[in-house]
Design a protein around this ligand. Structure first.
Ligand SMILES: O=C(COP(=O)(O)O)[C@H](O)[C@H](O)COP(=O)(O)O
Length: 326
């Protein structure tokens, strides 16, 4: 344990646990919660020297960062807040960090609503949209289209194993959108009824590849074959700066129990739950190549995936490095 890790406040640990256990989930929501946790750390810090304050905030950032590896919005949020940690005294550092975290959360909400308005322009009155998982950025596009007075229907993929499609279906029903909920395996059949596939992203790589919930890439391949355009709604916080220098995005592997309960395992193994030759693979995300994506919609406009790198260079320069690095 580093010198300052013990000074990380319980609220940061509980935010980290909520992210790791997916009580807080979805890339934008994770980023928002992480910024909020750094703000809480800044407010609660009992550091008496600027060096101790900075170290505590970095330790908090590291605790948050180590929860889920795939969504780049998390390190991007941490990096953004820590870069604003400026000042010569503890009160100055505290005030600057709090202001920066608050600005981040405001900008995040604003970016989502701007993105929604841009994405809504792609949707016409009467369109049917197929969704996968639950993405607040994707829903922002649908919400803006509804506000424009367009009638929209949705085909919502259940999204195994965690069934985030239920969250999407609930939210869409709250908005008055007629929903057809389907199991993931029915997606190809129902693509014939869809005018768009609309998904979010956890990370977007410099070559325009989209990292999103497992099953997105298969959906995109089928949609391309069926001639249904694939639209990815992703705030620029989803752009992965490290991929500009050749790094790949780590795909999170989650617990076997999400796929197979203990009782099911016992059933499958004929009462031998310790059978080492029954393995469960549970990747949370996959990578959709740019050729299967029609448009990436951000708060800075809509981009063909191949040109997203120009936006990345503009926003991040050549930035890499871990968020907690001084
Ligand atoms: O893949 C997921 C969520 O996966 P999980 O449920 O494993 O977190 C979402 O499509 C993206 O995170 C975008 O969401 P948003 O648009 O809300 O950032």
């Amino acid at each position: 344990m580093g010198e300052y890790e013990s000074a990380v406040v319980p609220a940061v640990d509980s935010t980290a646990a909520d992210i790791a256990d997916m009580r807080t989930r979805g890339a934008a929501t994770i980023a928002d919660a992480a910024a909020q946790a750094l703000e809480t750390q800044a407010r609660a810090s009992e550091a008496t020297t600027p060096e101790a304050f900075r170290s505590e905030l970095r330790a908090a950032a590291r605790t948050l960062y180590e929860t889920r590896p795939t969504a780049v919005s998390l390190p991007n949020a941490l990096r953004y807040v820590l870069r604003g940690m400026e000042g010569e005294t503890v009160p100055e550092l505290r005030a600057a960090t709090i202001a920066r975290a608050e600005a981040f959360q405001r900008d995040l909400a604003q970016a989502q609503s701007t993105l929604g308005e841009i994405g809504a322009n792609r949707l016409r009155d009467g369109d049917v949209v197929m969704t996968h998982c639950h993405s607040t950025d994707a829903l922002a596009c649908l919400e803006a289209a509804l506000e424009d007075g367009k009638a929209i229907e949705a085909i919502v993929k259940e999204t195994r194993p965690r069934k985030q499609g239920h969250i999407t279906a609930r939210r869409l029903r709250e908005l008055g959108v007629p929903v057809t909920l389907i199991v993931d395996n029915a997606a190809r059949r129902y693509l014939d009824d869809a005018d768009h596939v609309l998904v979010g992203a956890d990370s977007i790589a410099a070559d325009g590849s989209v990292v999103n919930k497992i099953g997105t890439s298969g959906l995109a391949v089928n949609a391309r074959e069926r001639g249904v355009p694939v639209m990815v709604a992703a705030q620029t916080i989803k752009l992965h700066p490290d991929t500009m220098t050749g790094h790949t995005v780590e795909i999170e592997m989650r617990a076997a129990e999400e796929v197979l309960s203990d009782a099911e395992r016992s059933d499958v193994t004929g009462g031998k739950p310790d059978d080492q030759n029954l393995r469960v693979a549970n990747p949370a995300f996959d990578v959709t190549p740019p050729r299967h994506v029609d448009a990436i919609v951000t708060e800075r406009g809509q981009f063909p995936p191949e040109s997203i790198v120009t936006l990345m260079r503009e926003l991040f320069g050549e930035t890499t490095g871990e968020p907690w690095e001084p």
